[in-house]
Design a binder for this molecule. Sequence first.
Ligand code: ATP
Ligand code: LTN
Length: 332
Amino acid sequence: MTQKRVLSGIQPTSDSFHLGNYLGALKQWVELQDGNDAFYCIVDLHALTGEIEPALFRKRTLASAAQLIALGISPEKSTLFVQSHVAEHNQLGWIMECIAGFGEASRMTQFKDKSAKGGADSARVGLFTYPMLQAADILLYQAHFVPVGEDQRQHIELTRDLATRFNSRFGETFRLPEGYILKAGAKIYDLQEPTSKMSKSSGSVAGVLEIMDTPEANTKKIKSAATDAGREVKFDEKEKPGISNLLTIHSSLSGQSISELENEFEGKGYGDFKGAVAEVVVEYLRPIRAKALELLEDEKYLTELLHQGADKARVVASATLSDAYKNLGLVK
Ligand code: ATP
Ligand code: LTN
């Protein structure tokens, strides 16, 4: 059986990834590198749609690479690269903008949410065209699967729509990708506001469990997580969003099922339960943080590795782009 192509991306928008990124997406990235041909991209151009802090870009891109490797992405098994190193992403991105309708782009909830936060007038055009660049990221690699969290489902649907439209109008060019979105862990919530998603750029500091945080900081965040009325440890997303979120986190990291955890903590209070969650999180992250810090000591190794990744990615991306140009009738 031939290997399946996998592609995904993550923005270098903070010094540290958080547990939502890991459980929603990165854990699946690690699993899918076995037996598949995986391409993983640090999408720095997408990160330009948020606050632009030149001094932080380099630092955060390298920190992202170090964390991805520490979390288990193996540069031998997967192709790890930076989006801006492969110019084909912008080139196909423009084509996708010319295929997409203004109306369908206006329906993207990520755009609506993020632009509403800063006031519609201050939203930049790049935030609006973001999903078309994302479609290019995916289609360039002829990906079968795209491991992402629940919040990205709509962008994957748009990507499929754009590919279908292009193929039927200009001839078979792109594979239709499928989202690879798990049921459990696909949406991890902010610890302080358990009805909003845990987010790098918009979460409350106290509500986001960062991979690079110290054990003490993460323990404190878990112990002061917002809890719900009552004192029973039960999974009930409607009535007990805070406890349900902590149950999902514990279960995803420890491998214990939610019902096993409910039984284990029957008759005990929220305090005991939070202590147990903190221990599971801290022990899980301890070696990962240590490994990432060690990798960050060797910037030369990290940049070389990313350049090698980009060289491999470019081979695939340029073949797809040249097909797309040819089918569009652009003169070679
Ligand atoms: P930002 O806040 O800067 O938009 P983010 O924290 O949402 O960042 P991204 O870089 O946009 O992170 O996303 C990386 C991956 O992590 C995506 O696949 C996304 O679906 C997933 N992801 C992000 N937040 C969560 C979450 N709270 N729960 C589950 N998955 C998540
Ligand atoms: N939009 C995604 C990040 C992203 C991505 C991609 C994910 C950019 N390009 C390609 C999968 C495939 C996000 O906000 N999480």
